[in-house]
Design a protein around this ligand. Sequence first.
Ligand code: HEM
Length: 511
Amino acid sequence: MILLLCLAVLAVWTIIFRYRRRRMYQLAALVPTSKEELPVIGIAHTLVGNTEEIMNSLQRFSYVAMEHNGIMRGWLNHILYFVLINPIDVEMVLKTCLEKDDLHRFIRKITGYGGIFAPVTIWRRRRKILLPAFSPKIVENFVEVFSEQSEKLTKLLATQSDHGKFSIWPFITSYTLDSVCETAMGVKVNAQGNPNCSFLKALNLVLNLICERIFHLWLQPDWLYKFFPQYYRQQKCVDELNGFTDKVIENKREELKNEKKCKTEADHHYDLGNYQKKTFLDLLISLSGGENGYNNVQLREEILTLTVAGTDTSAVAICYTLMLLGKYPKIQMKLFEELDEVFGESDRPLEKDDLQKLKYLDRVVKESLRLFPPVPFIIRKVLEDIKLPSSGYTLPAGCGVVVSIWGAHRDPRYWGPDAEMFDPDRFLPERFNLKYPCSFMPFSNGPRNCLGYQYALMSVKTALSAVLRRYRVVGENEHSNAPRIRVKLDIMMKAVDGYQVALERRSKTVA
Ligand code: HEM
């Protein structure tokens, strides 16, 4: 009897629930979907399994969208998502849907309300404050740090060169963490050279735990998560990251107090010129209003956000590029020629003016970011109905949109029949004439795009140039021009094999 009553209540509740959302169901039904969709659960069964299987499902859905004018619908149980790759529609979505999907709430355990994952009301003000800190004049001064850290990297790689294959990931991620920490906080965490660096360990572990939580429904409710050992491990990591950052902030406050004592009134007038040698922490304190600006928690949130946003992303970009060069020796050879032209026999560190001259390297990095974008998907919430300008479908309020950067970058409609091929010269000025900006968006597009893209490109190119001046990457030669690398979705899109490459010491010049 009780069972029957429960079933009746459930049935009534379902009918009311569906009736209230009838418009959503009607609009969703108009949009093509995958053959894999099942009743009730939709495509939820395709997003279980390991992170490689999840990535493969999302890739398949991007291809389904490609076949249907750049859009596909997918129910994740009762939650409606659209996968979008049409660049005209994507541009509109990235301009109008600024709120991040609820899945990002897990990353807020580390970054709090730091810009990247914050709700729009908080993000707007924080982005305004952060924006001037990423002006090209400021960012190009960081090249000195990238250059110094890259030199360290090449020395550490010497232990692995001529010894066959190894995973280059830990070396590169330590380089990017060292660079980000020095430019963001002005501290040398020395992750390179110290594989037990507690900051790096905590950062890696907490990102893995968050990723696990995103893809395992039973780990998602906060009250339930507390019963799992992962909760305590996450807390420990967060405490480690917060403790370290708080200490740096306190020291900086103290330093500024002492500086202020020694300064005259006239010194307090500052312009961009005065900011140039500062770290992001200095800049955030000044730009948010000095002593009346951000408090220590807000500063910590912003600094940890930059650390999370800037470490693995750039490391992934460097690692894929190295793997691709290992697969295509002719392209690598062309790069050696350019590097030898710029640096000759000299062992001098790279300077910011060198980056302008490395035009082929620039094309190689862009092509690598096209085929293997570190952030392959962006998920946004739709708060009000939007009619898509190209496909004409309406995205109903309450759904989520998965912008597939991965799919947009491989759509033959915009990249031609050789879209899957690795061809850096497609970025030659005379060949590169993309009609729509959202056909190429490794750093996203619109008001919430990546603030660190110039920083990232400089850091990535500096590290690549340092490694390739000393070493030849030896990988598995690819017989087709379409590179195959097994990938997984580990917050970022990473190679399953941990980026296995071999390095051989290069003789000074190609000749
Ligand atoms: C190759 C390296 C990188 C890639 C591929 C990348 C990609 C992205 C993408 C796709 C977004 C936007 C997400 C969205 O639209 O919802 C983003 C946001 C952001 N990135 Fe990057 N990023 C990289 C490196 C960096 C670095 C090095 C920094 C800073 C040091 C950085 C700082 C940020 C910030 C602050 C945001 C948030 C912008 C906002 O919400 O207003 N990124 N990044």
